[in-house]
Design a protein around this ligand. Structure first.
Ligand SMILES: [Ca+2]
Ligand SMILES: [Ca+2]
Length: 228
């Protein structure tokens, strides 16, 4: 698995005013871009937060780590994200996030402080993209908004692929359903993660890659296993 950063959206070009106008009257995401700077080095010890860590991140981790294990397990992560303003994230997405962000050397699905900070910053970036491209302010992303968001991130997805993605999140009736943040996050990380994997095999950015069966399976399966 590549670095977790592969799942953060590509350097979003946020408007200068970002951070002041988001969610007026509702402070849930006012810290969507915390003071944390990506260039700052985190402590190499995964058992503690660096002093620069945004206090909201530390607070949410410490209050959610009920058994004081120093790690957030599944239910604790749900609680921590809820405390951070990300309510209602599905079990499926929570497990997907744990799978992607856990330390590669850890056989358990859990996050230490270092991994949690990475996840938190990634979520903040995806949230900013979501809010920016939810142009009609419905709180959901429709197919056009999704196309534009991916385009902004540098992914020109063909309509057929966009339709396939959206259809994965319908309600079972076959009717097109707009994506809530939870679904947007999941499909965004899948598109970005798979694209990064593809690019590893297409160094010339030609849009074509020759893959062995093994490489293809190893590339795709982590994204399609059910986390339910
Ligand atoms: Ca714990
Ligand atoms: Ca919308």
């Amino acid at each position: 698995m590549a670095s977790s950063n592969a799942y953060a959206p590509s350097a979003p070009e946020l408007p200068e005013s970002f951070g002041q106008h988001q969610y007026d009257g509702e402070n849930r995401y006012s810290y969507a871009y915390p003071l944390y700077q990506p260039t700052q080095q985190l402590s190499s010890s995964s058992g503690m937060f660096s002093p620069e860590t945004h206090p909201q991140i530390v607070r949410s981790f410490e209050s959610a780590d009920r058994d004081r294990s120093g790690f957030l397990e599944e239910s604790e992560l749900r609680q921590a994200l809820s405390l951070s303003g990300y309510e209602g994230i599905s079990n499926r997405t929570i497990r997907f996030l744990l799978f992607i962000y856990k330390s590669p050397g850890d056989s358990l699905l859990r996050l230490g402080p270092k991994e949690y900070v990475e996840l938190w910053n990634c979520l903040a970036q995806w949230r900013a993209i979501f809010d920016r491209y939810d142009r009609d302010r419905t709180g959901k992303i429709n197919a056009t908004e999704l196309r534009d968001a991916f385009f902004h991130l540098g992914y020109m997805l063909p309509t057929s692929v966009l339709q396939l993605i959206i259809s994965q999140f319908d309600d079972g009736t076959g009717k097109t359903v707009d994506l809530c943040f939870d679904s947007f996050l999941e499909c965004g990380m899948i598109v970005k993660g798979l694209t990064e994997k593809f690019k590893e095999n297409d160094p010339g950015y030609t849009g074509y890659a020759t893959l062995s069966y093994d490489v293809f399976m190893l590339m795709v399966i982590p994204f399609i296993v059910s986390y339910d």
